[in-house]
Ligand binder design. Structure first.
Ligand code: ATP
Length: 234
């Protein structure tokens, strides 16, 4: 199993954000975690990437316990995150954002990878010499994804890539995520947009108040009346 999370808990002081969370992601899978605002989705990704400590439980990458491994080491082991709200380095050029994203890799490989990102996102290539802050929201999301891919991650964590974008752009972003998954990238995606996320996911989990309450294939969850009522407005 590429990623295996067991009995995970996390807190902010006395606020418990995650409780007894167990989930797994196999190599090549696209797994979605859906849940409402404040359910704990961002916290879960932060604990997996090592930005926030686990209060209990374990995180394993390829069988190796990384629960106490610092974030920068996890990045070197192949975990990359596309953060909520994109967080591109606004004053820096598009190209430099990407090159910095590949900091864990040797220079020659970074160049090679950059060429692949340009091929994947021609819009970014056109704008390579612009400060990232001048891009549209959708382009910044593409840049945040490209930046994470520069590290050739074994596991790509994506935090609400559709947030704050117009519906047409959201569609493009989900197309991109699906394309990446088809090309073999292993993805753990957290999303409030349950319909879009479950439609492209192999499997999914529903997170409520810090706990996993349902899991299944994307199709099973889309057809589940509890999901339909709570997240799909059906
Ligand atoms: P969102 O969609 O808003 O990002 P989320 O599902 O990602 O929501 P989290 O951001 O992980 O949820 O938050 C989970 C819980 O932890 C919430 O109750 C939230 O208020 C709380 N929380 C998150 N960050 C902090 C923080 N820095 N300090 C205190 N409490 C926090």
């Amino acid at each position: 199993m590429l990623l295996a999370v067991e009995g995970l808990a996390a807190a902010y002081g006395r606020i418990r954000a995650l409780e007894e969370v167990s989930l797994h992601v196999a190599e090549g899978e696209l797994v979605a975690i859906v849940g409402a605002n404040g359910a704990g989705k961002t916290t879960l990704l932060r604990v997996i990437s090592g930005v926030h400590p686990a209060a209990a439980g374990t995180v394993r990458l390829d069988g190796r316990d990384i629960t106490r491994t610092p974030g920068h080491r996890r990045a070197a082991l192949g975990i990359a995150q596309v953060p909520e709200g994109r967080q591109v380095w606004a004053p820096m050029l598009v190209e430099d954002n990407l090159l910095l994203g590949g900091w864990t890799r040797p220079a020659a490989e970074r160049k090679e990878r950059l060429a692949e990102i340009w091929a994947m996102f021609p819009r970014l290539r056109e704008r390579r010499d612009q400060p990232a802050g001048t891009l549209s929201g959708g382009e910044q999301q593409m840049l945040a994804i490209g930046r994470a891919l520069m590290a050739r991650p074994r596991l790509l964590l994506m935090d609400e890539p559709s947030m704050g974008l117009a519906p047409r752009i959201v569609e493009q972003i989900f197309d991109t995520v699906e394309r990446l998954a088809r090309a073999g990238t292993t993805i753990l995606l957290v999303e409030q947009n349950a319909h879009a996320a479950l439609s492209i996911a192999d499997r999914g989990y529903v997170l409520e108040s810090g706990r996993i309450v349902l899991s299944g294939t994307g199709r099973e969850l889309l057809a589940d009346p509890r999901v339909q009522e709570a997240y799909l407005g059906i």
